[in-house]
Design a binder for this molecule. Structure first.
Ligand code: SF4
Ligand code: SF4
Length: 297
């Protein structure tokens, strides 16, 4: 007889939706008996600003950071690319956890680690332009912080964990994902190239810099030199610009001026290429004709 899969008796997420004014009973501190327990069961999804902070902290390029410290996954059924923090090979232990001192990247730890045990959730109604953020409480057995006497509002907890800057700089990213999800057939099925571009712009901010410096970008978009220099030297400015460019490329929200007649030029070039390709096909067909006739005979 087939044994039914065991369904967890209790979901770790409390069904109650939390607002900013809601109070939670929770405290986490180095002396607590479960110190590091959460970092030994790490399943951390990284958002763009998390990657930026960690790669700066570690003195790496985003490309090096992604290779050494992340694993790719698909965020949704469309295949939107996402990245999770890499853990030890055969156990979900965070590579940044030190048994004695705890988190070795504490000041730059990702947003998900800051929020825990609060879960940040974004949703967007089809008749609304922007998303709404709400919260829930995650209650896992290993976490003793829920047994501590301290009560704190979600607003004060966010302040204590310094999540504001993370939320501000990751918010556009979540909006892009939600917008892509809800756009449906109007936008069409995203192509593999659009996903590659999404990955580059959101996560690999140093390779995105190379793209901006290339003629593929400079020949298409109009931008004065001072503005352009900022994009090449300032990671944060580049991340904000990446969101703008993605909105333009994916959803046609035109906020970055393009060089006049670029489309006409591209079409003319494309027309020439197509005409050349057609000529070659005719030439190849002519050469093959006698061979095929010979085979048929
Ligand atoms: S980054 Fe730090 S807080 Fe987050 S799971 Fe790793 S060790 Fe823990
Ligand atoms: S109280 Fe919870 S969040 Fe803090 S160390 Fe323990 S398991 Fe981690």
């Amino acid at each position: 007889m087939n044994k039914k899969p065991e369904i967890p008796v209790k979901s770790p997420i409390e069904p109650r939706q939390l607002e900013l004014t809601s109070r939670i009973q929770f405290n986490c501190h180095p002396g607590i008996s479960c110190f590091n327990a959460c970092c030994r069961q790490a399943d951390i999804t990284l958002a763009p600003y998390d990657i930026l902070r960690l790669k700066q902290r570690l003195g790496m390029t985003s490309t090096e950071f992604l290779k050494a410290h992340t694993v790719p996954f698909e965020i949704d059924a469309h295949g939107t690319p996402g990245v999770k923090m890499r853990t030890r090979d055969h156990e979900p232990v965070c590579l940044f956890m030190d048994e004695k001192s705890g988190c070795t990247v504490y000041e730059d730890r990702p947003s998900a680690c800051r929020y825990y045990p609060v879960a940040l959730m974004s949703s967007r109604r089809s008749d609304e332009y922007t998303d709404r953020q709400h919260y829930a409480l995650v209650q896992e057995e290993h976490c003793m912080g829920h047994k501590e006497a301290r009560e704190i509002t979600v607003t004060d907890y966010r302040k204590e964990q310094q999540v504001e800057q993370f939320d501000e700089l990751n918010r556009e990213y979540y909006q892009l994902i939600l917008k892509k999800k809800s756009a449906g057939p109007a936008i069409g099925k995203p192509t593999p190239t659009s996903f590659q571009f999404f990955f580059l712009a959101c996560y690999d901010i140093d390779r995105f810099r190379e793209f901006l410096a290339s003629s593929s970008f400079r020949n298409v978009y109009r931008m004065d030199d001072a503005e352009f220099d900022v994009l090449l030297t300032d990671d944060l400015a580049r991340l904000k610009f990446a969101y703008r460019l993605l909105r333009q490329v994916l959803f046609g929200e035109m906020t970055i001026p393009m060089i006049d007649d670029i489309f006409e030029k591209r079409m003319a070039e494309r027309g020439e290429i197509l005409a050349k390709r057609k000529e070659m096909e005719i030439e190849i067909a002519k050469q093959q004709e006698p061979i095929e006739r010979f085979i048929d005979d």
